[in-house]
Design a protein around this ligand. Structure first.
Ligand SMILES: Cc1cc2nc3c(=O)[nH]c(=O)nc-3n(C[C@H](O)[C@H](O)[C@H](O)COP(=O)(O)OP(=O)(O)OC[C@H]3O[C@@H](n4cnc5c(N)ncnc54)[C@H](O)[C@@H]3O)c2cc1C
Length: 418
């Protein structure tokens, strides 16, 4: 890897972007004799997102091995990913890393990590594989423009450098800025859907949640009041609102809708998961009869953490010193409502530091997903987050990068050596 070493003036395949997708594409292409392959990274750091991914542990993929099920975890691009996942899916990811000495393990929720629990293990593996494949890597070498030329493409790079490439694989990541990869794709005939954030947490200022940061409910159900987004799973109360897998999934499915509303909307939370308000009312009546002398606030049930239970009771008008026997029907009804359908006003969002992703990117209708080659500009390929594909949290975003990178690399190699 070098910024000082002279860049060759030509190559068969130029892979642009030294992230997960770019590395996978470059390695696949070079291993399949598509060389010479050159990997260009604009910054000084390779695989920067892999490093910070999964809280520094790198959630490499998800233990879901049926492409038909896997695609349901992609709010955008799932339908188009189905075919590619039949060629390279999580079993292939596991085998790919294992063949290069990296074992993955599965956690209870299906997320897969290297057994070392360190993202450096994945980085080292990708660096070693790239080096063994013969792909040449250049950092501080950003792509500014790509023009069609007789042989393929002439790339204009940082520092007034140029490179002639027969084929390009664009893997520049989420298209947050219009420059760089997105601008190159647009100049070569592509349209990109508007980039908006996905996988974020919700800002909620509400007395019921104040001071409860860190309290988690294992199986809550969160629904958006004015839209059909509905997720069940862990919900975590934070200093500024709510987070956790159920909330992150809501943010992924609702990314565009929430963006349009400027992140100002209401959600209903059922802290007990599946139970309806009527079921809850029946259970609360039984508790009133059987626990008459006990304090309601001091008697949490349904696996709801004590402090949250107490707050929800208070929101229903049941004070800390109230015993079950003295709870009126209206208060019982209000408590059932708080437990199963409490409404919370969301005003704003925060980045989820463990994993976030951009919704939007190169329009998939313009890409042949069997090869990841552009339908608008032959010889141009795409891989990773620059495409309009994004998954919920849990390893799905890297899986999409591995799958599209692997396919683009092989397809470009086949064309390059034809
Ligand atoms: C904090 C965080 C944690 C995450 N954790 C996980 C996780 O555990 N599991 C998971 O599945 N997903 C995770 N993700 C999402 C995942 O990291 C991305 O989906 C994935 O990295 C996308 O890979 P990529 O190669 O397409 O893009 P990137 O990783 O963004 O790489 C693109 C590269 O291209 C370079 N580049 C951009 N423009 C140019 C240019 N003009 N010329 C040359 N180079 C250029 C960039 O500098 C960058 O290095 C996480 C994301 C974040 C932000």
């Amino acid at each position: 890897m070098s910024a000082d070493r002279d860049l060759p003036s030509t190559c068969r395949v130029a892979v642009v972007g030294g992230g997960a997708a770019g590395f996978f594409a470059a390695i696949a292409c070079a291993e399949a004799d598509g060389g010479p392959v050159v990997l260009l990274e604009k910054s000084s750091q390779l695989l920067a997102k892999v490093k910070i991914s999964g809280g520094g542990r790198c959630n490499v993929t998800h233990a879901c091995f049926d492409p038909g099920v896997l695609v349901t975890c992609y709010p955008r691009g799932g339908r188009e990913l189905r075919g590619p996942l039949h060629h390279f899916q999580p079993t292939d990811t596991i085998a790919w890393f294992e063949a290069r000495g990296v074992k993955l393990k599965t956690e209870a929720d299906g997320r897969m990590f290297p057994i070392t629990d360190r993202s450096e293990t994945i980085i080292q593996c990708l660096m070693d594989a790239a080096s063994a494949s013969g792909a040449e890597i250049f950092t501080r070498t950003g792509l500014i423009r790509a023009d069609r030329s007789a042989a393929g493409f002439r790339l204009a790079l940082d520092g007034n450098r140029t490179l002639d490439a027969d084929h390009i694989i664009l893997a520049t990541g989420g298209p947050r800025a219009a420059t760089g990869g997105p601008a190159v794709a647009a100049a070569l005939g592509h349209t990109l859907s508007e980039p908006v954030p996905s996988l974020f947490t919700f800002h909620i200022e509400d007395e019921r949640l104040k001071g409860l940061a860190g309290v988690a409910v294992e199986r809550a159900r969160a629904r958006v009041v004015d839209a059909a987004f509905d997720e069940t799973g862990p919900v975590l109360i934070t200093h500024w609102g709510v987070s956790g897998p159920a909330i992150l999934r809501l943010s992924a499915w609702g990314a565009r809708w929430m963006h349009k509303r400027d992140y100002d909307f209401s959600i209903r939370v059922n802290w007990v998961g599946a139970q309806t308000r009527d079921d809850m009312m029946r259970d609360l009546r039984t508790m009133k009869e059987t626990k008459a002398k006990k304090l309601v606030a001091g008697d949490p049930a349904f696996a709801i953490p004590a402090r949250l239970w107490e707050r929800l009771a208070l929101a229903a008008g049941i004070r800390a010193e109230t015993r079950w026997a003295h709870v009126e029907r209206e208060a019982l009804l209000a408590f059932a409502e708080q437990l199963t359908a409490g409404e919370f006003q969301v005003r704003g969002k925060s980045m989820n530091k463990e994993e976030f992703v951009t919704c939007g990117g190169v329009n998939l209708r313009e890409v042949d997903v069997r090869t990841m080659e552009s339908r608008r500009c032959p010889g141009l390929y795409f891989a990773g987050e620059i495409l309009d594909i994004d998954g919920i949290t849990g390893g799905y975003n890297f899986q999409s990068a591995w799958t599209t990178g692997w396919i683009a690399g092989h397809a470009a190699a086949a064309k390059a050596s034809a």
